[in-house]
Design a protein around this ligand. Sequence first.
Ligand SMILES: [Zn+2]
Ligand SMILES: [Zn+2]
Length: 216
Amino acid sequence: MKLQSLFLCIIGLLTSCNGFNNENKETESKNYRDKLPKKLSIIIQPFDGIPESTVTILSEKLKKIYSGDVIINNSIVLPQKALVQSRTRYRADSLIRFLGDFAKDGQLIIGVTNRDISTTKGAYPDRGVMGLGFCPGKSCIASTFRLKGKNRNEKLFKVAIHELGHTQGLALTKTKHCPDKACLMRDAEGKDHLDELRYFCSKCKPILIKAGWEIK
Ligand SMILES: [Zn+2]
Ligand SMILES: [Zn+2]
């Protein structure tokens, strides 16, 4: 009888002890969560003409390195006001301004198009580019028009994270790019070096991790 009550008493102690620990752990993890920077949601805004499968693959790839929400909006038409006079390209700077109005608080938006986009760069008033993003800001755009080869989806993903990186304030040099030739924040300099880009370097990575990215 004595043994039995002693056993019950120990069980009782263990249980309350466990309960006490859980309570502490919950408070601890809540405090920890409160201290973490709030993660932004990435909104993918497809423009008419881009295949749905391309957008889905981009979203899946982004989800692998970003633990916040990645949401695909319904496709919309490109704004005619962004079309340049020659009617061959859309101004990328107009498009990111246009997209910026779609982004709510806590959201980052990336437009995806298969049309050619351009911006003013040095002596070129209207140079075709693969992407453009505010640095820092809420919006950016990526175009598949200049992406060639079998691995276009992987290239689009690299353009997208480069531009999203700019929105997070990634701008290491005067040209806002990284001197590391294999870093995803390298300047394209009018060429397609995308296959050479393999990682976010040790200078770029911490900036994104601080912003809530989970880069392996
Ligand atoms: Zn850039
Ligand atoms: Zn870098």
